[in-house]
Design a protein around this ligand. Sequence first.
Ligand code: GPU
Length: 830
Amino acid sequence: TPSAPPAPTHPLALATVTAPPTSVDGFVREFLRELNFGQGVSLQASTVNDQYLALARTVRHYLMARWSETLRRQRETQSKGVAYLSAEYLLGRQLGNALLATDLTEIVADGLSQCGIELADLRAQEVEPGLGNGGLGRLAACFIDSLATMSVPCIGYGIRYEYGIFRQTFVEGRQVEQPDSWLALGAPWEFPHPENARRISFGGSVADHTDDDGVVRRRWTPAWDVNALPYNYMVPGYRNGRVNTLRLWRAQATDAFDLKIFNSGDYEEAVRAQTFAENISKVLYPEDSTPQGKELRLQQQYFFVAASIGDFIDQQLPEDFDLAQLPERIIFQLNDTHPVIGVPELMRVLVDEKRLEWGAAWEITKKCFAYTCHTLLPEALEVWSVDLLGRLLPRHLEIIYRINEEFLAEVRERFGDDELRIRRMSIIAEHPERSVRMAYLATVAGAKVNGVAELHSQLLRDKVLPDFHEFYPGKFTNVTNGITPRRFVRLANPSLSELITDTIGVGWLTDLERLRGLEPFAEDEEFRARFRAVKAGNKRRLDAVLRERDGVGVHDDHLLDVMVKRLHEYKRQSLKLLHIVTTYDKIVSGEVDVADVTPRTVIFGAKAAPGYKMAKEIIHLINAVGETVNNDPRVQDRLKVIFPPNYNVTLAEKVIPAADLSEQISLAGKEASGTGNMKFALNGALTIGTDDGANVEIRQLVGDDNFFLFGMLEPEVEDLQTRGYVPSSFYEADADLRRAIDLIASGAFSGGDRATFEPVVSNLLYEDRFMVLADYAAYIEAQAAVDAAYADTERWTRAAILNVARSGFFSSDRSMRDYIDRIWATPPSF
Ligand code: GPU
């Protein structure tokens, strides 16, 4: 028998992890050590990438002691925490945030400069991990930042995609996608833990089996499996000594695959099998709000959720943990329906592996999950065909059937044999094919169901899940989204942050309602001048970024009008485009004197899902209109349209602080919340927006005078839909609209070719699902009000200041407090 290893005796071995000294010398020593011994280069021979990697690792060292202390205390206290399950985390660059959290920015900048290095150059070297599509993925990143800052125990679980969201390029104005190889130059922020790998099984069959305790149970015999390797990332709280964990899973072939290489002699087949396994975490699906129902996608979902639940139970809980207590220890928050397969997975683990009674397991499961819905679009509600689910996860399908049976029995008990109701509420849809409605499964299993803004939660209750609301009235709640002020104010807008701190002192960054203290300064002329100087500086900074990035600039005397978000018909980029075309038309037709046009630069940023044809046509049209308008001498540079490709978190951090006007113009009732809208308001842009999503709450808070509201309200939209919407009637009735559409149709933006934009034009005229034409007149009128307001500089500045002062509510710290109070019951820990 092997003897026990000796206990440590060396004094250094007895100590816990220690951080390097917080001084310029301490930093430089650590940095050079990383450069020399980590990267294996001298300072003199090092490249910018060497320096960036060494710096990232050095900054990690400063966080390490806090991380290991957080983990140690969590193991000790076992206090209740959140497991955030999300298929997407749109993190943005890490370096700046880590420096901010540790308060090392100045020391590092100083130390690096003494090494002949500019910190800014190293920050620019970082490739952001784009492991998400848009709002949903960025929200997850904001939430884990806030939880760490509020000292709430949280593990974020997700997928380590080898390729994140595609890099967008334009070729002759059309979107062309390039792979995002974000790992190519090194991944200094991640910690692989292959020793915690988990085996995840798929396929096969289920049969009765008599276990060693004499009980007959269902037994799943899978057909194949893959390994899930965890990679940990630090999630530092803002200067509070806490570092939470984000754990992302990577798929790897199991030994079974390797063995094939040996045994079969069929080398090519063996390698093909490996590729098959590794494909599971190869690439982020670039569809946003439109599930594609592809098998690989379901594999991804089950892969990360099964790995995460298994990891939590086996690795995070003490060995003797009583699973009946699980709801007192963890809440699994489902970020939309992507992780909902976790519900039958937890049941499978509890019943099949841990041998709990079904009823006891269901009592636990019902308390361990909560579900956030992020949409209202019916086509965005995920369903999986029973055929596919049964092939890939046969045991899970059985479990879903049983959950549904028992649920429908409860419905019958309450409402009698109301077959229409039963059919409406069944987790299993029968048409057009038998399939599992994942949102219904989440609603039945979740302790709580929440929407992401007041209006959205109300519509969710009344329009999307009314039967469920009637059945479970207490289950539904709202948590309005939020954004982290650390990244989107402090890091993105350092000069505004400095002005705020100068004016109301420190503390606002973790207590954003304190921005209210700025309100009186809206009346202070000197403050307004400083506020304008901040905006002007941000415009110059953006100008420099865009010149370097794309070779285009922004005039600092222009109103900067920004629409950045995914390209989606419901968001109505085409409405913004019609405004541009109308302005252009009025200039070139001589209807208005160009000297009377408020100088504007419109910035678009938008990726289209690669398979979304109409969205790609609209991108092409934006680029074509920009090309024409920007080069027409009659415009005299008073209207500019720029569309930098590859809008991402990094670019958002430069664009948003420079904006004057924020475009939030979705058709009322279609945007669940929006979060870009909050970022703009907090950076002193005024919103032109519909009564949709969180716009409603922004307007209520900042006041009608400081917000340009336009367009139909949700009930009016509903009403027009029922009466029958005929877009061409709006075209016929409005001469300006007719001219704008005719101009596009005439080929004015496509070298005279009428065919190029015919699909966009006829879609607007004959379909227009999102009622662009119906809101056109109101939008043009609201834009005229914008021009008038912008002409009064002092008034505009007052309104911009009040937007900042009154938007503290939109901190994701507040969202997290609401989740804790209404859903999680996870108090701050230490
Ligand atoms: N959202 Br569903 C996404 O970004 N992707 C999705 O697949 C779905 C929703 C967005 C909503 O469109 C947006 O309104 C919301 O602010 C955001 O999620 C976060 O809740």
